[in-house]
Design a protein around this ligand. Structure first.
Ligand code: NAD
Length: 321
């Protein structure tokens, strides 16, 4: 078994490699070549933590495994990231443990890759203004990945805790992009692409604030009860997701589904758009929403990239159980 620590993951898995891996596995899911298993995600009743398992099998990429971990909201105060996870990869031929992989960096990079894939396939080609809703750990990864997909000229941002915005502003500066902290209505009125990446349990962005032609990547909602945007926005938009089963149960679409504003059949897997079997954006005024719920196969895909690269470069350490 290969042990691949966080620093090796960060060294060997580039945002570009994560984009390719995530785009590829979304396509494989839509072809029926890769399957996620039902997610376990539970409130621990301790430390306000959410804990669970995400697993699956990609029979083309030969990635089998599980990510175990979750979200400990008190971690930031201890100098740790709130999200904590570990990925286990197994040999699909024998069931033997192949690799034990740090999952924190990989979760951030694969989540950013998912919204980036959605921007690549769904945003207007002429998108210029990027709106960020959220300024936590994930937000800087999201920003870095998004700017690779369109020629953005400006970043607008809003966060319920404004004191967190300077970290995001520093990344925008590093990327050479003007950054402005604005209110939510102003963000909706100006942004061509909006990424929401918060832990919200109520809508932060309302339908009427979003202008025609906008692409909205909702990335924070990954649990029952969470919500980042007005359910009416999904009714007004063409809705895409990583996986429909998760979208309607733990994703942003759960609320529009529960209130009957949209039906399951209204949601398109982005893999089908990647494969060209379903349409993505069809006109410049259409609002598109990507409900990025986060699937286990994304984790396995980037962990596989880490494992192969670590093997090739002789990184990580070996152990036998
Ligand atoms: P973080 O704790 O570092 O930051 C949390 C963000 O949410 C900050 O912007 C904060 O201001 C905001 N926030 C906190 N409490 C809030 C509340 N009650 N209402 C509204 N906003 C609130 O978290 P992070 O690591 O940046 O992750 C952000 C969210 O993304 C988390 O909810 C996490 O579960 C989710 N996430 C989703 C995926 C996916 O694949 N879809 C992957 C990783 C994380």
């Amino acid at each position: 078994m290969l042990i691949i620590p966080e620093d090796v993951c960060a060294q060997v898995v580039t945002p570009e490699a994560a984009f390719t891996a995530v785009e590829g596995v979304f396509a494989a899911m839509a072809r029926g070549d890769a399957r996620n298993f039902p997610v376990v995600r539970e409130a621990l009743g301790h430390a306000d933590a959410l804990y669970g398992f995400k697993s699956g099998f990609d029979k083309v990429g030969m990635a089998l495994g599980v990510k175990s971990g979750g979200f400990w909201p008190g971690n930031m105060a201890r100098g740790l990231t709130n999200h904590q996870s570990t990925i286990f990869l197994f040999d699909p031929d024998t069931g033997q443990l192949q690799a034990l992989v740090g999952g924190n960096y990989l979760t951030a990079i694969r989540t950013a890759a998912a919204s980036s894939v959605s921007i690549a396939h769904l945003a207007r080609p002429d998108a210029k203004v990027l709106g960020m809703v959220g300024a936590g750990h994930q937000s800087t990864f999201q920003l870095r990945a998004a700017v690779k997909q369109r020629a953005f000229e400006k970043v607008l941002a809003w966060n319920p805790h404004p004191e967190m915005l300077p970290k995001l502003a520093a990344v925008a500066a590093e990327l050479g992009l003007p950054f402005e902290a604005v209110d939510r209505e102003a963000l909706g009125a100006a942004a061509d692409v909006i990424i929401t990446i918060t832990s919200a349990f109520e809508p932060l962005m309302m339908r009427d604030w979003i202008k025609p032609g906008t692409h909205v990547a909702c990335m924070g909602t990954d649990t029952k009860g969470k919500q980042e945007v007005d359910a009416n926005l999904l009714a007004a938009a063409s809705v895409f997701t990583d996986e429909v089963a998760q979208s309607i149960s733990i994703g942003e679409a759960q609320h529009a589904i529960a209130t009957g504003l949209i039906r399951e059949g209204d949601i398109t897997p982005i893999g089908a758009v990647i494969n060209g079997t379903q349409k993505g954006r069809t006109n410049a005024d259409q609002i598109t929403v990507f409900d990025g719920t986060g699937v286990g196969l994304q984790d396995l895909a980037v962990a596989h990239v880490a494992m192969r690269a670590a093997q090739e470069r002789g990184l990580g350490s070996r152990a036998t159980l």
